[in-house]
Ligand binder design. Structure first.
Ligand code: ADP
Ligand code: MG
Length: 252
């Protein structure tokens, strides 16, 4: 039975897309068929895997009901990793979807029927708790929350967890938080150490042991259209994402 993971945090620039792409690549490399669904109008996951923003059909077409999601799925440079590409049109979906009653289950409905084709489906959410993220959280079994170890890290986290429990209670009883992953961590700074300690104290069960270090190889990989694990398999970022993938799989 396939598991659907949403990578969500309403903050931008915290490492959602980087985590979605690299986690998906690690899982695919381990031999599991994996689908990455790019839900962000910025198309960073799509472009980061070497695909243009103009692919048709795409995730927007599927959410608009114009095309089955399966028709949008394309292979990537990583065997076993499949991509449902985003489109800048997704910016409009945030306005269009709420006007249509029942539209919050569009993605869940679109994934119905091929959930089991992929052992892992990973949803890269936009930086807002808007209709697209709500669609993702209703379609998902698990949420992974990337948290950047910086001063405002804790701000908004309590609100995000409240939203997750609300969705779990009202709309998707299957939803569970898989964990929080610390990203862009610079262990040499006092601030990052303090934030890490505080997060582990506040959320002892939730924070993954694996911590993703700040690593230039991670940030340059998308410009080559590759996950970092392909760009430089031995760099600290690749090692950390591989370790995270093992931890995520172990939590089930
Ligand atoms: P989000 O999807 O939450 O907006 P991204 O994954 O796009 O965040 O990351 C924001 C920026 O930080 C990107 O330019 C990305 O390349 C960079 N980045 C993410 N993780 C790392 C890391 N571990 N080391 C260095 N740069 C990173
Ligand atoms: Mg992103």
């Amino acid at each position: 039975m396939g598991i659907v993971y949403a990578i969500a945090n309403q903050k931008g620039g915290v490492g959602k897309t980087t985590t979605a792409v690299n986690l998906a690549a690690c899982v695919a490399d381990a031999g599991y068929e994996t689908l990455l669904v790019d839900l962000d109008a910025q198309c960073n996951a799509t472009v980061g895997l070497g695909v243009g923003k103009d692919k048709r059909p795409n995730v927007y077409d599927a959410l608009a009901g114009d095309s089955p999601l399966q028709d949008a799925v394309i292979p990537t440079a990583v065997p076993g990793l499949w991509l449902a590409p985003a489109s800048p049109d997704l910016a409009g979906a945030s306005v269009e979807l709420p006007r249509e009653p029942g539209s919050e289950t569009r993605l869940r409905d679109a994934l119905e029927g091929f959930r089991d084709r992929y052992l892992f489906t990973i949803l890269d959410c936009p930086p807002a708790l808007g209709p697209l993220t709500v669609n993702a959280l209703i379609a998902a079994d698990r949420v992974i929350v990337p948290v950047q170890t910086e001063y405002f890290a804790l701000e908004g986290l309590a609100g995000l967890l409240d939203t997750l429990s609300l969705i779990q209670r009202e709309l998707n009883p299957r939803l569970a938080v898989s964990g929080m992953v610390l990203t862009m961590h610079d262990g040499r700074t006092r601030l990052a150490q303090d934030v890490e300690r505080e997060l582990r104290e506040h959320f002892p069960e939730l924070v993954f042991d694996s911590v993703i270090p700040r690593n230039v190889r991670v940030s340059e990989a998308p410009s080559f259209g590759l996950p970092v694990t392909r760009h430089d398999p031995r760099c600290s970022g690749s090692v950390a994402y591989l370790q995270l993938a093992r931890e995520v799989a172990a939590r089930g």
